[in-house]
Design a protein around this ligand. Sequence first.
Ligand SMILES: [Zn+2]
Length: 271
Amino acid sequence: MPELPEVEVSRMGIAPHLEGQQIKAVVVREPRLRWPIPEQVTQLEGALIHQVERRAKYLILHTDKGFLILHLGMSGALRVVASDSLVVKHDHFELQLTNGQCLRLNDPRRFGCVLFSAQHPGVEHPLLRALGPEPLTEAFTASYLHQQAQGKTQAIKTFLMDNHVVVGVGNIYANEALFKAGIHPKRAAGKVSLARYQRLVPIIKETLSAAIAQGGTTLQDFTQADGQPGYFKQHLNVYGRGGRPCMVCKTELTEIRLGQRSTVYCKQCQR
Ligand SMILES: [Zn+2]
C-alpha cells in the first residue's frame, strides 16, 4: 500500500509535468473506484493546473476551475505518459494535457479515489477536514503529541497511526519509529512521558524523510509506461522480521496483531 513517502514521491514525480499545463480532456474509463468518480470532474476540461499539493495521502491538483482530489488506495499508481500511448488493464482515469502528455491512474484493486471539489478541500471536505497535522511540519511536536495523549489508554502504536492525531504514520513507519525510540508498541499512549515523545518525534520525522529521499532516486520512473513508480526498498529493522534476531541485541523479535495490524518489536529493547 502506498504510504505517505510514496505519495510524496508521486507528487514530486508528477508535479513538474503538470504545473503550468492545461487540461484538454478528462477521460474516465472505469468510474467505480472506492467512490464513483463524479460527473463534475469534466468541469476541469480547459483548466490550468497551478499546483500539485499533498495532504496526508491525498494529492490535490489546484486548477483555475476547481480542485481534483486523488488517492492511491491500496494499489494505485500515477504515470505521466504520451496521451496516445497504449492503455493497459486497470488504467481507469486520465487527464489529457494540451501538450500531448497525460496523467494516468492505474489501480488494479480500485480502492483509490478521484473526486472534485469546487473549493480547496483542506478546510471543508469531509475526507480532509478532521485530519491531524502533517508529520514533517513544525505543527507536529513532542508537546503536541504528549498533550493529545493525555488520559489515553490506547496503545501508542495505534495512537500514532490515528489520522486525527497525526497523518501519514503508516504501519511500517510506526513499527520502525517505536523500535528506534525504544518504546513498547502496546504501552498506553497516555503513559508515555514527554521526554520519550521528545525522542520519538524526531525519529518519526527522520524515518519518513529518509524514505522520501530514497524514493526520490526513482523519479525517472514516473514517465515510463511500464512498471510501478515510486515504490522502493527500505532498510527495515523490525517490520516483516518477526521471529528473526533483533539488529541491536539479537533477541528474537516478537510479532503480534495490534488493531488488526502486524506489529513487530524487541521485548528487550522496547519498554
Ligand atoms: Zn533488541
